[in-house]
Design a binder for this molecule. Structure first.
Ligand code: NAP
Length: 340
């Protein structure tokens, strides 16, 4: 590939070869986004899951496919760890002996403190490691769930450690920008606290409300499913997120999640009290305030202003054929929402 390095550099990629370890939703989206945005060098892909690897090969996501992560990183200039948060340390230990001296290592894990510690301790030169986290994704998993424009116009947070080298930080930032993402630098602890409130605790609440509904003896599960209305239905989308990924997030962002959850439970108790005492004014004032936050999110371009997340009011031809109680089968398929 004689001209590849120049073509890639023109496109904003300052490395000639890349290894993606873990080819799930995010790894697959990365492979597709690299190509779609002009990266022309070889992409080596590794996953322990044979089905994921076969799907990746069938989709033509890379140039070589490996069960061994160490084989995939051999000779790679840029190594991107895309495995669940709890597997980052073991993956870093597995690739450590095979890493090129100059290689830059980054990751996409949803938690940064635990990952930064585990990976830094495992690799031979911690100055080459730059932790990162694209704020884009969905509740689906596996390579087929990925798409090339996932990171476009989305934030990608880079959380350098105290040891990350400047040139490595620049290469990682340039890579995300070349794929259309907006880069924000953040302190590791701040990232974990911000994500606890914007993503991790909301997911925990969704998991819990769906559990509570399914455990209520007095309401049949069939009724919960049949009459599923906006609030609950939107929670089920979050609660359908990958169990491994989310188990790992909670186990690895313990401090920030527990702190945020403590605040949340105090506030919830206040709402319970307001309802018990019929304090409508307090409820109204709060709902007014929270609606303004939603408007600010829409204005910031982070969410659609369309009602019901832009779901079609009726699927084409649906009204003629479907009784109202069956509509839920056809809803919720109109668009992706980013998750974490
Ligand atoms: P995914 O679709 O479930 O894919 C993860 C892949 O990694 C699977 O193929 C899995 O194989 C493989 N894997 C697990 N442990 C491994 C190991 N030790 N060595 C090699 N491969 C291993 O997950 P994802 O949604 O792409 O998430 C990947 C990372 O991105 C996570 O750290 C997550 O926190 C982060 N992230 C996710 C999102 C999102 O919305 N999904 C957004 C931003 C960041 P098995 O099936 O055998 O386990």
């Amino acid at each position: 590939m004689p001209d590849s390095e120049f073509a890639s550099e023109d496109a904003g990629f300052f490395f000639d070869s890349v290894a993606i370890i873990g080819i799930g939703l995010i790894g697959s989206s990365l492979a597709q986004a690299l190509r779609a945005n002009g990266f022309t060098g070889p992409i080596a892909i590794a996953d322990r899951n044979g089905d994921a690897l076969r799907d990746a090969e069938a989709m033509g996501l890379g140039n070589s496919y490996h069960v061994s992560a160490a084989k995939a990183v051999t000779g790679a200039d840029m190594v991107i760890l895309c495995v669940p948060v709890g597997a980052m340390g073991a993956t870093a230990r597995a690739i450590a002996p095979a890493l090129a001296k100059h290689a830059v290592i980054t990751d996409v894990g949803s938690v940064k403190g635990a990952v930064a510690r585990a990976v830094s301790a495992a690799i031979p030169d911690r100055t080459r490691f730059v932790p990162g986290h694209p704020i884009a994704g969905s509740e689906q998993s596996g390579p087929k769930a990925g798409w090339a424009t996932l990171f476009q116009h989305r934030w990608s947070i880079i959380t350098p450690t105290d040891h990350s080298a400047e040139d490595a930080i620049e290469k990682v930032a340039a890579m995300w920008r070349a794929m259309g993402a907006e880069v924000e630098f953040m302190d590791i602890e701040r990232h974990d606290l911000v994500l606890a409130i914007t993503s991790h605790v909301p997911h925990l609440i969704a998991y819990n409300i769906v559990r509570t509904a399914s455990d209520m003896e007095s309401v049949a599960e069939s009724e919960v499913i049949k009459f599923s209305a906006g609030g609950f239905r939107d929670s089920t989308r979050l609660a359908a997120s990958d169990p491994t990924m989310w188990r790992d997030i909670f186990l690895n962002n313990k401090t920030a999640v527990i702190e945020t959850l403590g605040r949340f439970m105090e506030d919830l108790a206040m709402l319970q009290r307001a309802i018990r005492w019929g304090d409508g004014e307090q409820l109204f004032d709060l709902f007014q305030r929270t609606r303004n936050i939603r408007m600010a999110i829409v204005e910031a371009g982070q969410e659609t202003a369309a009602p019901d997340f832009g779901r079609p009011r009726e699927a084409p031809g649906e009204a003629a054929r479907t009784r109202p109680a069956e509509h839920h089968h056809h809803e919720g398929e109109s668009g992706w929402d980013e998750d974490d």
